[in-house]
Design a protein around this ligand. Structure first.
Ligand SMILES: [Zn+2]
Length: 341
């Protein structure tokens, strides 16, 4: 991956994701989209996670990623693309998620692909209980729609975090919102410039507005999705600052999974914070929780971008300043594993 100065417009696919997030949640409810996500136009490298051949006992058309079995169900008639293409897309996204997490987060998952009348690509997704994902494909879904899709990755990431009480939904939605572009950038299906440009534009929605309380107490769209994403971004950066960039949010989430906290389980936020802290040998998550969830702690985004070396240009694109004090942290968050260190 490149770390030099380069620019690009804010991608339509990311703007599209923001609009999707504007209209709803998905942990238990449908997540509507406004149109087909656009294909990422660069770095279309194949995922590096190794595929495991299906065994004879696996259902036909299923996907095995490591020890996890993903079965695929079709509803609404034949999908808009051949089933092998759909299966390859599901496999690719599962492998990307598995690479970030050190394995697919649940032992099995049923993905229902629903052919939906009307135009559009990957238009909708839901996740339930770490067992089921439903995803709707419009009639104009193309290979490019699948290549640039973020919805399925977002839903799969929900399977990698325990269910929480409703007032903490920001923590679940924020994690999927924050990690989804990272997972794709690390595998080269989305450029680092696009990810940081997107965040530089959107993270501001997550800051507390006048009268807002902590994330546990103010449940607007901005605070739920982007407040949650901002919480996890700050957590990622602070974990890396506290550990000399040796540990990040991925280590905390893997710690939660190792303790059994996937989408099939119900946890308290106290347990989440304590397991994250234990996994990273820090107090970062519990301290941030007190600051941003229980109290309306604000984040100085201009200072954060400056330290990370994310320089916004007038046209909305970003360039990177590799001399910034936390430039190495920025690189470690979104670079592919082979080039991050
Ligand atoms: Zn979601």
């Amino acid at each position: 991956m490149r770390h030099g100065r380069s620019t690009g417009p804010i991608p339509r696919l990311l703007l599209s994701s923001a609009l999707v997030l504007l209209f709803g949640g998905c942990a238990k409810r449908a997540e509507p989209a406004t149109g087909a996500p656009q294909s990422a136009d660069d770095d279309n490298a194949a995922p590096t996670a190794t595929a495991t051949p299906e065994t004879r006992a696996d259902p036909p058309g299923s996907v095995r990623v490591g020890r996890s079995l993903l079965t695929i169900v079709y509803e609404g008639g034949e999908p808009p693309l051949p089933r092998e293409v759909i299966r390859d897309w599901i496999r690719r996204d599962a492998e990307m998620v598995a690479e970030y997490l050190g394995g697919f987060p649940v032992p099995s998952l049923e993905v229902t692909v629903i052919s939906r009348p009307g135009r559009g690509g990957v238009v909708f997704g839901t996740h339930d209980d770490g067992k089921w994902i439903r995803v709707w494909l419009g009639t104009t879904t193309t290979q490019a729609s699948l290549d640039g899709d973020w919805v399925l990755v977002h839903e799969m990431l929900h399977a990698a975090f325990p269910d929480l009480d409703a007032e903490h939904r920001w923590m679940q939605e924020g994690l999927s919102t924050y990690l989804e572009p990272i997972v794709r950038a690390r595998q080269g299906t989305l450029s680092e410039q696009r990810v940081w440009g997107f965040w530089a534009e959107k993270m501001d929605y997550g800051r507390p507005r006048a009268g807002d309380r902590g994330l546990d107490h103010t449940h607007t769209w901005g605070r739920t999705y982007w407040g949650g994403a901002l919480f996890w971004l700050v957590a990622d950066v602070e974990l890396r600052r506290a550990t000399g960039n040796r540990q990040g949010l991925g280590d905390a989430v893997r710690g939660v999974l190792k303790a059994g906290g996937n989408g099939r389980e119900y946890w308290s936020t106290e347990r989440v914070a304590s397991v994250c802290d234990e996994a990273t040998g820090t107090k970062v998550i519990s301290r941030l929780y007190a600051e941003m969830a229980e109290a309306p702690g604000d984040v100085d985004l201009d200072a954060l971008w400056r330290r990370l070396g994310v320089v916004r240009r007038a046209d909305g694109s970003v360039e990177f300043d590799d001399d910034a004090p936390d430039a190495a942290i920025r690189r470690a968050i979104t670079a592919s594993p082979a080039t991050a260190r």
